[in-house]
Design a protein around this ligand. Structure first.
Ligand SMILES: Cc1cc2nc3c(=O)[nH]c(=O)nc-3n(C[C@H](O)[C@H](O)[C@H](O)COP(=O)(O)O)c2cc1C
Length: 200
């Protein structure tokens, strides 16, 4: 049975555009893959520590040399990597914060980019896993928009996730979410694109 890993980064829970659209994605994916398994990785409930000295010791030395602190620090990273390895399909729902990604998602990325594990000799190891990102933003960053170049999130995510092998990657811009919050536009306007991505 295929496994979908659903990663969420918005703290706005029921108000969140990226979460609402991710829920549509998961529903459509399950409909297209009856019996499929969904692993939820909610970064607002995960409380990830930032990379620190014990983590670096754990990441760059063999397990038999790990101090108890390093072993504990790297276990979280190992668990997150194992989740990714077990997934056939990945969805990431995230807000844009200050033209890039929220700190919680950056902390997650710092845990999963592991030299010798997810990247070996500069070759990404997590290949063959189609990935969809739903990027919610208040502004309009569509191609041709005057603010397109302000979007530092899409290029960064494409680059860093590609580095670990997630090269089959689509980014859906759920832009102008502010208008959605004000009731001027509906989240549903993005629903069709999300449904198509989930079925692919
Ligand atoms: C701290 C913070 C920073 C934000 N920075 C940006 C930004 O740089 N560009 C933008 O278009 N919207 C920005 N927004 C608006 C959010 O991207 C927008 O509300 C989006 O819908 C959040 O995603 P969510 O609905 O899934 O929580 C920011 C919101 C917050 C709270």
């Amino acid at each position: 049975m295929p496994t979908l890993l659903a990663i969420q980064a918005s703290p706005r829970h029921e108000y969140s555009t990226s979460r609402k659209l991710s829920a549509v994605f998961v529903e459509k994916w399950l409909a297209a893959h009856p019996g499929g398994k969904v692993i939820e990785r909610d970064l607002m409930k995960t409380n990830l520590p930032f990379v620190d000295l014990p983590w670096i010791g754990g990441a760059f030395t063999p397990p038999e040399q790990h101090s108890p602190e390093s072993a504990a620090a790297i276990k979280i990273s190992n668990d997150l990597v194992a989740e990714l390895q077990a997934a056939d399909r990945i969805i990431i729902g995230t807000p844009m914060y200050n033209f890039t990604i929220p700190a919680a998602l950056k902390a997650y990325i710092d845990h999963i980019v592991r030299v010798g594990v997810t990247v070996v000799d500069n070759v990404g190891q997590l290949t063959g896993k189609k990935t969809t990102i739903i990027l919610a933003s208040g502004g309009d960053f569509r191609p041709g928009s005057p603010f397109e170049v302000y979007n530092q999130a899409s290029g960064y995510l494409r680059q860093v996730l590609g580095f670990i092998g997630l090269t089959d990657l689509d980014i859906l811009l759920a832009d102008r979410a502010r208008a959605g919050d004000a009731g001027e536009t509906a989240v549903e306007q993005f629903g069709e694109a999300v449904s198509l991505a989930a079925a692919a």
